[in-house]
Design a protein around this ligand. Structure first.
Ligand code: E4P
Length: 218
């Protein structure tokens, strides 16, 4: 399973990249707005820091402009995965960019039917948003179950399931149990994966007992 961080905060990305656990980055227009940075410069900087796919999203919704944006974004780096919305125009752009060898992340997926369309359009990644479904009282992880089941039925579907809109470590563990290829989560949630009170308690005990030996390993 690959770990992407869902952020446009370069300091956060550098920190996680140093941990050795990071496989890629996802951004979206809301995260870019929050960063206050110039979009194309920031994406280029992220691509220099991370050795993996960096999703950068188009801003337009009509086919012609979206395609021009996608082509400009793709020129930044071979690491860029152009992110397009799950709309007829978005999937047309997906088909073209994929056939030209650019990675494409189809975003804003909320149904298994939409995920089938993304795979047929040759998406590298499809991003089902589990947290936003949970937020409206629907079953986010149920959607991942259905998409993974469908994709496994078709060898020619090469699209990776990129579980997005993750709110907590349980989402990540469930995604792993279902065999989803990638999760993208805020840095705070990825860091929560380390946490267990028995790890803290056990370590404190080992440190205390070691001190009693009066020894030093170095
Ligand atoms: C995915 O690529 C999106 O950027 C993201 O996961 C959306 O998450 P949110 O619902 O927390 O905004």
């Amino acid at each position: 399973m690959k770990f992407f961080v869902d952020t446009a905060d370069i300091a956060e990305i550098r920190d996680l990249a140093d941990s050795g656990l990071l496989d890629g980055v996802t951004t979206n227009p809301s995260l870019i707005a929050k960063s206050g940075r110039q979009f194309l410069d920031l994406v280029a900087e992220i691509c220099d820091v991370v050795n993996g796919p960096v999703s950068a999203e188009v801003a337009s919704t009509d086919f012609e402009t979206m395609l021009q944006e996608a082509q400009k974004i793709a020129k930044i780096s071979h690491r860029v995965a152009v992110k397009v919305p799950l709309t007829p125009a978005g999937l047309k752009v997906c088909k073209i960019m994929s056939s030209q060898g650019t990675m494409v992340n189809v975003t804003l997926c909320f149904s298994p039917a939409q995920a089938i369309l993304a795979a047929k359009a040759g998406a590298t990644f499809v991003s089902p948003f589990v947290g936003r479904l949970d937020d409206i009282g629907q079953d986010g992880m149920g959607l991942i179950t259905e998409i993974c089941e469908i994709y496994k039925n078709y060898d020619h579907f090469k699209t990776e399931v990129l579980v997005a809109s993750i709110r907590n470590p349980i989402h990540i563990v469930k995604a792993a149990r279902l065999g989803a290829h990638v999760v993208t989560a805020p840095a705070s949630v990825l860091k929560q994966l380390f946490n267990h009170p028995l790890t803290d308690k056990g370590l404190a005990q080992f440190v205390a007992d070691w001190q009693k030996t009066g020894q030093s390993i170095l």
